[in-house]
Design a protein around this ligand. Structure first.
Ligand SMILES: [Zn+2]
Length: 226
């Protein structure tokens, strides 16, 4: 009987460790991506070298390091993990290809959050804002798809909230990709900029959509970055 009770106790304790607390931190449960679908994550040294060159051409300083002061949300326009974030060698004829800081993906009932790049390393996901922003890609075909799964947007909102606190980023500095394009169109040398823009900038992006941003903003409105 005593042996049985001890076994039971061990089971209960083990169970309580196996089940993460419901309010456990998103950042603690982020998966540092090693590889996906047989493709390895970016080689960090090569990425830093190439993105520093990208930075020189687009922003001025040849610098891979960033201090995040903004967060930009995207959807992938795909039903599954966007492999181009791992394997693309270039985009628009220019190295290093595309890569975001995070990819958030729903798999069945689970929400998986992958981290591809350290948060002080420049990503290439948001033309005009890579020099200062953390980029989060959400796996979704389009805005309708995204809005049909509020559980994903809730998880993204929690991740954004934690990043806001960690980096003292106010809600006004959380943007959708589409909004960055609109700001570049209004002023290509403003808060966000790119030195390669000649003449007028024509917005191209529609992700993650106005309603998706409205949803996230409703969730993060009360976050108080210190
Ligand atoms: Zn985007």
């Amino acid at each position: 009987m005593r042996k049985y009770l001890i076994s039971l106790l061990i089971l209960v304790v083990a169970g309580s460790f196996a089940e993460p607390a419901r309010d456990s931190s998103c950042l603690d449960s982020v998966i540092a991506l090693k590889s996906y679908g047989g493709a390895p994550n970016r080689d960090l040294d090569a990425w830093k070298r190439d993105i520093a060159e990208y930075s020189r051409r687009h922003y001025g300083p040849a610098e891979w390091k960033i201090t995040p002061t903004a967060i930009v949300l995207h959807y992938t326009a795909s039903a599954d993990f966007p492999m181009n974030l791992l394997v693309s060698e270039s985009f628009l004829g220019e190295a290093p290809g595309l890569a975001s800081h995070f990819v958030v993906q729903q798999k069945g009932k689970k929400i998986l959050m992958y981290q591809l790049l350290p948060l002080d390393v420049m990503s290439r996901a948001t033309f005009g804002a890579n020099f200062c922003s953390i980029s989060i890609e959400i796996v979704a075909v389009n805005e309708e798809d995204l809005l049909s799964r509020p559980v994903v947007l809730d998880a993204v909102s929690r991740l954004v909230s934690e990043l806001m606190v960690k980096y003292s980023i106010p809600a006004e500095r959380v943007f959708g990709h589409e909004e960055i394009d609109e700001m570049l169109a209004a002023d290509p040398r403003g808060m966000f900029f790119d030195n390669t823009i000649q003449g007028k900038f024509v917005p191209r992006k529609i992700d993650p959509g106005k309603r998706a941003m409205e949803y996230v903003r409703g969730r993060i409105a009360l976050v108080k970055p210190i």
